[in-house]
Design a protein around this ligand. Structure first.
Ligand code: NAD
Length: 415
């Protein structure tokens, strides 16, 4: 894979919107610059008794519309440019979704698969000990991202509450239900993407039943997408994870793939399916392609070979800007990340609202609210892309940038 700087990609996306909305230099600079970058090294005690230093980040991109909001990623390839790009996309995503947050993102350079559970706990608590002055329910609200989960959120919450000497469940979202999590949060990202796909299929007058789907990344977002779309009549023909992918034109049974992954830690080797690479999965002849792993997967070379007429970006930043141009010219309908995966942060918002009011909703209440929110967001983006005759990504940025700039102007931070 080519090494591409995701923050350069983000700036290119912004540049496209700047010419449509005729943004001035100050507006462009403000949108393209994080408000605060927190970068630190911190010690973690390993099981051997040795102390190892880790590098942590939190980028707070923009808070004009509300507290910073965004996940924390544990990955060996985390770097500042990646976190800056992800924080920028969070600002845009929260604006597209119409939820009262700005954007932020955090990360630690670490391969969590090499740590024991105790070491992972020490790492998560150590990160929060450094970060606690900068986060809080009305300042900056973190959440899970790649290779972090409800358990990691629980350790971070506990560390924060110990330091503050008070309960503060609204500090962090993606928590287990027992600690103030929300119903639906575990599958919300996928559900939001599925709702967007449902709306697009309606607009294109296409039938979902029997439509084939390939999903790159079988983690939280990708595996729930497979589950939801299977239950809606789609045929999942290929899935993959970091070790590679599997393909069966007749369809893969969701429960059996999950059982195989639980046993062997990968989808690879699943009985009755051909092994394929993580690049090949992107160019399969399917009706719907769902990138749900990492950024920069659909490059210009891959874009030329993409056969799917519809792409639903559950991952953040999976398509490079030059690939975007190629896909647009090919007439591919691409539901962009800042819309397609906004169901996650929207349900995080519902979780935070429930935490602040101390009153919890049932699954149906959350699902109904999510449906309304996602349909509104999809409609705004779809209409903006029609109005400006642009692809849906640019349409989504148009919607988002207008909202963020309006908030900046109302605050008097921009004239
Ligand atoms: P996860 O850690 O649960 O899963 C990541 C999956 O990607 C795993 O199956 C892993 O094996 C696979 N993977 C890793 N490297 C890969 C590679 N090179 N090729 C193919 N697969 C690879 O993470 P997640 O929470 O599902 O996040 C996936 C993507 O969705 C990320 O881009 C994340 O930012 C985005 N996202 C997630 C949420 C959420 O609520 N979980 C919300 C919004 C966006």
């Amino acid at each position: 894979m080519e090494k591409i700087n995701p923050f350069d990609n983000a700036k290119k996306q912004l540049g496209k919107v700047a010419s449509i909305l005729k943004l001035n230099d100050t507006e462009l600079e403000l949108l393209g610059t994080p408000k605060r970058i927190i970068q630190f090294s911190f010690p973690v005690k390993l099981d051997s008794g040795r102390i190892k230093l880790f590098q942590g980040y939190r980028v707070q991109h923009n808070d004009a519309r509300g507290p910073f909001k965004g996940g924390i990623r544990y990955h060996p390839q985390v770097d500042l440019d990646e976190v800056k790009a992800l924080a920028f996309w969070m600002t845009m995503k929260c604006a597209v979704a119409g939820i009262p947050y700005g954007g932020g993102k955090g990360g630690i350079i670490v391969d969590p698969k090499k740590l024991s559970k105790d070491e992972l706990e020490n790492l998560s608590r150590g990160y929060m000990r450094e970060l606690h002055p900068f986060v809080g329910p009305d300042k900056d609200v973190p959440a899970p991202d790649v290779y972090t989960d409800g358990q990691v959120m629980s350790w971070m919450l506990d560390e924060y509450e110990k330091i503050k000497g008070a309960h503060a469940p609204g500090l962090i979202t993606g928590k287990p239900l027992e600690l103030g999590g929300s119903k639906v949060r575990d599958y919300a990202t996928a559900m939001g993407g599925a709702i967007c796909l449902r709306e697009l299929m309606k607009n294109l007058k296409k039938k979902s039943h029997g439509s084939t789907v390939a999903i790159q990344g079988f983690g939280n977002a990708g595996s729930f997408m497979a589950k939801i779309l299977s239950s809606w009549g789609y045929k999942i023909v290929a899935v993959s994870d970091s070790k590679g992918g599997v393909h069966n034109e007749k369809g893969l049974k969701f429960d059996e793939v999950v059982a195989h992954k639980e046993k062997t830690e990968s989808v690879v080797g699943f009985r009755g399916a051909k092994k394929i690479s993580n690049e090949d999965i992107l160019t399969l002849d399917v009706d719907v392609l769902v990138p749900a792993a990492l950024e920069n997967q659909i490059t210009h070379t891959i874009a030329h070979a993409v056969k799917a007429p519809i792409i639903v970006e559950l991952a953040n930043g999976p398509t490079t800007p030059d690939a975007d141009d190629i896909l647009r010219r090919k007439g591919v309908h691409l539901i962009p990340d800042i819309l397609a995966n906004a169901g996650g942060v929207s349900t995080s918002y519902f979780e935070w609202v429930q935490n602040l009011q101390g009153y919890y909703w049932n699954e149906k209440e959350v699902l109904d609210k999510l449906d309304v929110l996602m349909v509104n967001a999809f409609t705004d983006v779809f209409n903006a892309s029609k109005q400006h005759r642009v692809d849906m990504r640019t349409g989504a940025f148009v919607v988002a940038v207008q909202k963020v700039l309006k908030a900046e102007k109302l605050r008097g931070r921009l004239k």
